[in-house]
Design a protein around this ligand. Structure first.
Ligand code: PLP
Length: 329
């Protein structure tokens, strides 16, 4: 793991690369009380050539800065973030699996470590970077999930912390995820906090809809409203969609529109996207209104095409037109 401390007045202090182990933390450390904690998640892939390359780590570095800023924490320079990632990936190169669908998952974390019970930004922080081999999310093939539209809880509100990859967002989401499970659904879908009718995200992933009209296929995703996490997979799909002949659209989509366009057949697919699972098809949506099947409930070709294209870039099987892969070793 890589550890880099920060101290107000001194800035980022020299970092260390050392074997994975527990870290000692004072019981009065600010993070344990007031939750100043942000994190990231990205992957390094074994290329078909045998080299190792990470996918868009610079985008994660910038989002890490934005998350830190929102939580009144110091912003780690992008170069320092990338240097830490490269160091750990090189050290762990033998742990990067080579079977398609697998990767080395990297988890950067920034926590407030000052020993103080004052409610104010900590003056000391610790950056921690750990890694783990990650298996194929969908062993035995990609399977569509059922989702529960949550009307009881909200994930994030305008002006809140939804745009940041902040630990507390995830803590607050667990009860809704448990409710979805109780309803027999695999994932929760979040609605906006104000109108309670605009679709925002699915669990820890962004959401897309596939609309078909007059032979044109459109990838529609909720626009970044301030309460959505700006997913790097989301942005990547918006950029590769047009290369595959799809139109892309970012706008508000209400639950009523989702239901009516799925019922009319205008919407043929829905899927979620994120680093962990890349693309997860949504087979059915459940809520107070009842159940709505998306397409035939089995997922569809557009999600599959996007998934195959992105994976081919990530494993170095296809050209990388947007320069997303960072060769490490
Ligand atoms: N939305 C939330 C709440 C997330 O936690 C994540 C995962 O990081 C995403 C969306 C997808 O983001 P990305 O594609 O950068 O993994």
């Amino acid at each position: 793991m890589v550890l880099i401390p920060f101290r107000e007045g001194e800035g980022w202090l020299p970092g260390t690369l050392r074997p994975y182990s527990p870290i000692e933390i004072d019981p009065a450390a600010a993070v344990l009380h007031y939750g100043q904690s942000v994190f990231e998640g990205f992957k390094a892939f074994r290329q078909v050539t045998g080299d190792i390359a990470s996918f868009r780590p610079d985008a994660n570095a910038r989002r890490f800065q934005n998350s830190a800023k929102r939580l009144a924490m110091p912003e780690m320079p992008v170069d320092m973030f990338l240097q830490a990632a490269n160091l750990l990936i090189q050290q762990d190169r033998d742990w990067v699996p080579s079977i398609r669908g697998t990767s080395l998952y990297l988890r950067p974390l920034l926590i407030a470590t000052e020993c103080s019970l004052g409610v104010r930004p900590s003056r000391e922080y610790l950056f921690v970077l750990i890694a783990s081999p990650a298996g194929d999310y969908f062993q035995g093939g990609v399977k569509p999930v059922s989702v529960w539209v949550c009307d009881k809880y909200v994930r994030a509100a305008p002006g809140g912390t939804g745009e940041a990859k902040f630990g507390g967002n995830y803590a607050a989401s667990l009860i809704a995820q448990a409710e979805a499970a109780q309803r027999g659904c695999a994932q929760v879908v979040w609605l906006d906090a104000v109108h309670r009718n605009q679709v925002e995200e699915m669990g820890g992933m962004n959401i897309f809809f596939v609309l078909n009209s007059n032979g044109q296929t459109t990838l529609l995703t909720p626009k970044l409203s301030g309460s959505l996490l700006p997913g790097i997979t989301r942005e990547s799909l918006l950029l590769i969609g047009p290369k595959l002949g799809y139109a892309v659209e970012e706008r508000t989509i209400t639950l009523a529109e989702w239901i009516s366009s799925a019922k009319s057949g205008h919407m043929t697919e829905a899927f979620a996207c994120g680093t962990a699972a890349v693309i997860t098809p949504i087979g059915s949506m459940h809520g107070q209104h009842g159940e709505t099947l998306i397409g035939d409930g089995q997922g569809g070709p557009v999600a599959q095409t996007l998934r195959d294209y992105l994976l081919a870039i990530q494993y170095g099987e296809a050209p990388d037109p947007l320069g997303w892969m960072h060769r490490v070793c």
